[in-house]
Ligand binder design. Structure first.
Ligand code: GRF
Length: 214
């Protein structure tokens, strides 16, 4: 079944509302803020949501004037309880798109269901290779010659949703995990804003497990 995304709120020249979920350093979040500020992405970043009160992303949000919601994962008795708090916080954003940018929690069924076709994730490997944690370490351990990054829609699988864009990064003989991660990160910072731009321009069509860019 072909599903033209956001037909009802297709590209109308209006800026889209995006909300970002991040758990740590937030360099991808920063790349999104910068791309919006430079006019490369027709969007407004309406909120940062983080599960980690110590995330440096919070400081970046302050600097950029982006409102921030902290839902401290460790203050909940269970992952379920945390997810029950996350869902209304996300709904409150009234966002067209949710961007997982270094968000280190599994996203639960209810949250996925609430935002089908409206939630994307950046992953530091060429999916479907090396889903889950430590994509860069897995690439080194497997001796692959090429790795990279992937932006994909989020579904109920682990890093398995329809792929929007990818960029390749050669793995050098001298690379260790950190060196490879640094070079991949550079590409993440270009890939993620690009995928958001395509979404905001109404150019992404989910076609089964594939994404067509029109
Ligand atoms: C990135 O490599 C992202 O792909 C992965 O976690 C890292 C987060 O980095 N999911 P940052 O917080 O955006 O700097």
């Amino acid at each position: 079944m072909k599903e033209a995304l956001h037909e009802s709120w297709g590209w109308s020249g209006m800026t889209k509302r995006i909300a970002v979920l991040a758990s740590g350093r937030g360099s991808n979040f920063q790349a999104v803020i910068d791309a919006i500020r430079d006019g490369r992405v027709p969007a407004t970043c309406v909120r940062l949501i983080t599960d980690n009160p110590g995330a440096y992303a919070i400081e970046r949000a302050k600097q950029a004037g982006v409102p921030c919601t902290i839902i401290d994962y460790t203050s909940f008795p269970s992952w379920d309880a945390y997810e029950r708090a996350l869902l209304p916080a996300m709904q409150d954003c009234n966002a067209d798109l949710f961007v997982l940018a270094g968000y280190m929690r599994i996203v639960g069924k209810e949250v996925v269901k609430a935002f089908v076709g409206r939630m994307i994730n950046i992953h530091p490997a060429l999916l479907p290779s090396f889903p889950g944690l430590h994509g860069q370490r897995q690439a080194i351990l497997h001796g692959v010659k090429v790795s990279g990054c992937t932006v994909h829609f989020v579904d109920e699988s682990l890093d398995g949703g329809p792929i929007i864009i990818q960029q390749c990064v050669p793995v050098l003989k001298v690379d260790d995990e950190d060196a490879l991660a640094a070079r991949i990160l550079d590409h993440e910072h270009r890939c993620l804003p690009e995928a958001i731009r395509l979404f905001c321009e109404g150019r992404l069509v989910i076609d089964g497990r594939r994404v067509r860019i029109r």
